[in-house]
Design a protein around this ligand. Structure first.
Ligand code: FEO
Length: 396
């Protein structure tokens, strides 16, 4: 079996999950990988484990390089179960390895795995020598959990970044130079928007912190997807842009419709947006997963939410989507709502409140109309689209 060597005795020993389609609510049409790494110096360290069903893949990949009992350290960069699911079995297999984690990681490992493991706690900047290689630990709390840290191999300038800079992308290609840039951008953006968007303020601070430490990077090795060896700064630059709310000349229009009236409004609004010189993306929620909509919003500077009124409230699917959006708190977007109602109304106001709670700046009051839109009302929708696009352009 071929060994996958990143450089100078550093190996990928993870697993490919071709069939993963849902990662705690985030749809993953391309599967994922659980990357674990072996750093072979005079001493040997295993960085992270894999999701429990993939234990055998990890063990086989380790045995292809060294006998597990020769491993001296098990470094736990992150405790979420996609990385520590195999932890109990691996600890038994490694026999003599010292377990290393942050203080928060120790607490989480004990709570998740229910046993009093002997765990060495490391602080920010601590190092462990493997003889000819040095591991340096950088705490990165909330990227993605309180326990999260990165591990840097000083001599090789390789950093293991845990969830950061990952992608849910299953492939036999392991490195960025083996895939085209659009595929990588889309995969990294989908991952960032659905998992890390909420933590954008921290992302900027943590990237600054790593840069201030004067760390030179030749390879960025995340726990999911492709390893960045050709241009390790590329995902860092993308993260800086996303964290700072960078968007393009585009509006996202997400809607539901009952008997077609709100859809007619959506199309008239979209025409107004494009006639004002802005691009627009229409997504009917019934046909689209929340996580795909969120990925689109990452590139858009405005969001319009269309929902008919059902039983004095918005469509339940729109409520679900806005709850998901609220959890991610997208930064620097403007928004508004629209929709058709029969008698009482109420959907647009309810949706507007949730948009506001999600951190979206409400640019206009809701545009509502009764039953089926008339030609004049569709003209109002068109104008609404133009005015919304003008407002969104102010941010350019
Ligand atoms: Fe890939 Fe936060 O786990």
């Amino acid at each position: 079996m071929n060994k996958i060597e990143l450089k100078n005795g550093i190996y990928w020993v993870g697993a490919i999950d071709w069939n993963l389609r849902d990662f705690h609510g985030y749809k993953t049409p391309n599967g994922s990988t659980y990357n674990a790494y072996l750093v072979v110096g005079e001493k040997i360290a295993l960085i992270d484990t894999v999701k429990r069903p993939f234990l055998n893949d990890l063990v086989e990949n380790i045995r292809n390089i060294v006998e597990p009992e020769k491993i001296d350290y098990l470094i736990v960069n992150h405790v979420e179960m996609d990385h520590s699911g195999s932890f109990p079995e691996i600890v038994k297999l490694l026999k003599n390895a010292r377990i290393v984690a942050t203080k928060e990681g120790k607490e989480e490992l004990l709570k998740h795995h229910g046993k009093d493991y002997d765990i060495t706690v490391v602080e920010d900047g601590d190092t462990i020598s493997l003889g000819n290689k040095t591991l340096r630990f950088i705490k990165t709390p909330m990227l993605h959990w309180p326990d999260s840290m990165m591990t840097y191999v000083q001599e090789d300038k390789v950093i293991f970044t845990s969830d950061a800079f990952g992608q849910h992308y299953a492939s036999t290609e392991r490195f960025d130079d083996e895939l085209d840039e659009k595929t990588l951008y889309d995969a990294a953006g989908e991952y960032y928007s659905n998992i890390l968007w909420l933590y954008s303020p921290l992302v900027s601070r943590l990237i600054e912190k790593v840069m201030d430490m004067g760390i030179k990077l030749e390879m960025v090795a995340p726990d999911h997807g492709i390893i960045w060896r050709n241009d390790p700064h590329k995902p860092i630059n993308w993260y800086c842009e996303w964290a700072n709310g960078k968007s393009v000349n585009k509006v996202l229009l997400v809607y539901e419709t009952m008997w077609g009236s709100t859809e007619k409004m959506a199309r008239a609004i979209a025409k107004g947006i494009t006639d004002q010189g802005m691009n627009v993306k229409l997504m009917k929620l019934k046909e689209t997963e929340y996580s795909y909509v969120i990925k689109e919003l990452l590139g858009c500077r405005g969001i319009l939410v269309g929902t008919p009124t059902l039983n004095n409230n918005m469509f339940p699917s729109m409520g679900g989507f806005l709850t998901y959006l609220k959890g991610l708190r997208p930064k620097g977007r403007i928004g508004a709502t629209f929709g058709s109602y029969g008698w009482g109304g109420g959907a647009c106001k309810a949706a507007e409140e949730m948009l506001d709670e999600a951190g979206v700046r409400i640019a206009f009051p809701p545009l509502e109309l009764k039953w089926v839109p008339t030609a004049e009302e569709l003209e109002d929708c068109y104008t609404f689209g133009k005015e919304f696009a003008s407002k969104a352009m102010e941010k350019i």
